[in-house]
Structures are given as C-alpha cells and as structure tokens.
Design a protein around this ligand. Structure first.
Ligand code: UDP
Length: 254
C-alpha cells in the first residue's frame, strides 16, 4: 500500500492506506451533526501517526478506520504528511477540541451524550464540568474504561438503556477504535467518537499544552515531557515520517 493515493471521495486523502478527511473543525462538527440526524450507527476516528502505524500492522485497525464515516486529522504529523503529498488538510482537528465542540452542539440541539472511558471517577468529573459549562447538556450516562470482556455485556446494556445520540469513547487508540467497530452494529447509537485521553482533560486531571506549543505543533512533545512513559509510543513518529518521505520520494514528489 502506498502512503498516498487519491480517493474517489472528494476532500479525502489516503495516508499509508488510511483515509483522512480534509475538513476544518467547523466542517467536522457539521458532518457529525448530519450523521446524528441520519440516525444510523456512525463512527468518527481522530487519526494521528501512531494510529496510522497501528493500522499498517493490524488489519482490524485499518478496517475500523476505513469503515469510519469521518476521519479527522488529529495529529500534527498527519497535517505535515498531507502537505508533503500536496493535498494539505485545512487545519488540525484535535480530538479533544472536537469532543468539546460536540458537547456544545449536544447542549444546543438536545442530543444526549454518554461518556465512556478513563479511570473510575474521571468520566463523572468530566460530565460535571461539562454540565457546568453547558447547563442544558444532557449526560445520559458515564462509565469508566477499565472493564474486561466479562463486564462488556453490562456496559453495552448500560449504553443501550441510556439511549445516547453521541458516545465519546476515551479508551486510548487503537483500543477504542476496535471496540467501537466491534459494537457499532449492536447498539443503536447514531454517533460514536474515539477521543483518546480527552476525558482526562475534560475532567481537569490532565492539562493541555500551552497555546504557543499547540500553535507550534508541539503538543505531542508536551505530552511526552509530562508522561515520559509515552516514549515508546513516540517512536512511531520518526518511523511514520520516514515511511511518508520514502513514499513521496518514490513518487517524485520530493
Ligand atoms: N484507558 C481506558 N481503558 C484502558 C486503557 C486506557 O479507559 O484499558 C484510558 C486512559 O485512562 C486514558 C485514555 O484511555 O484516559 C488514553 O489516553 P491517552 O492519552 O493514552 O490516549 P491517546 O489520546 O494518546 O490515544
């Protein structure tokens, strides 16, 4: 599979076999609203280089991303790669900001939200803070993300009974993408979004990088400095960059 191929879908590019929608944050939120109103189980993936590298190794992950209804460019590495191939995405659409915007949309439109993921207590706190910010927001339910296969039916049942319009799944990539792909046709949730560590941020447990670092495309570095254990995962970044550059070279784009 090549790093980039044109896609028949307008506004979509493909990186190492993974589709990425060339949307702005505002367009992404608009697309999400449309998917919710369509009322069929839809999924959104927030893609970064790490997930693309997972997809290159694991066909299940690749399928989960390909079958998503919307794939937004979450990582700066994805923005960079889109430029290397001359089909730039308009901007970075960080999962944490998309999640925040969807909470605002939910409050404005009366969509019910379920928060799934993170350590026990985190989703509750995230819900409390979100409701403080958006008093009209309906949080239909919450559940932590540390459950085994034996508890899975109970969690699914809880989600079904809560009748959410949106489920934000923050269980880390690619666990959340695989989980959503496995269950999306068994629940009747109009929109499921994999949001990584967003619930930790929404709950106030984890701070986002300062704005200047976000603007400089260094949010990944900030996260690495705060959580040095991420170093092994960060090793995917240079490997991703190398793959992209080699492919661009092969295509005489460099
Ligand atoms: N997590 C979870 N269940 C697990 C493992 C992780 O709910 O079995 C949560 C974890 O508590 C954290 C999130 O998933 O809230 C992963 O955050 P991270 O920043 O690593 O995700 P990324 O945004 O890098 O995918």
């Amino acid at each position: 599979m090549t790093a980039w191929q044109s896609d028949e879908t307008a506004g979509r590019l493909e990186l190492l076999g993974v589709p990425v929608d060339r949307v702005t944050m505002a367009e992404a939120v608009g697309r999400c609203e449309g998917l919710i109103l369509r009322r069929r189980p839809a999924t959104v993936v927030t893609v970064n280089p790490e997930l693309i590298m997972h997809a290159a190794r694991n066909p299940g992950v690749a399928r989960a991303v390909r079958e998503a209804d919307l794939v937004v460019p979450d990582g700066i590495g994805v923005v960079w790669a889109s430029r290397v191939f001359g089909r730039p995405v308009p901007e970075r659409v960080p999962g944490v900001e998309l999640a925040g915007a969807l909470l605002g949309l939910a409050a404005a439109r009366g969509f019910r939200v379920f928060l799934l993921g993170a350590e026990p207590g985190v989703a509750e706190e995230a819900a409390r803070r979100a409701k403080r910010r958006h008093p009209r927001l309906v949080v239909a339910g919450v559940h932590h993300g540390y459950f085994g296969p034996e508890q899975e039916p109970a969690v699914l049942d809880l989600i079904r009974r809560a009748r959410p319009d949106i489920v934000l799944v923050g269980m880390g990539a690619p666990r959340q993408e695989l989980w959503i792909a496995r269950h999306r046709h068994r629940w009747s949730v109009p929109l499921a979004v994999g949001v990584g560590g967003t619930l930790d941020v929404l709950s106030g447990r984890v701070a986002r990088a300062p704005r200047w670092m976000q603007r400089a495309g260094l949010e990944w570095l900030y996260r690495l400095l705060r959580q040095p254990a991420r170093i092994r995962r960060a090793a995917a970044l240079p490997r991703f960059a190398l793959k992209v550059l080699l492919d661009a070279r092969r295509r005489n784009l460099l």
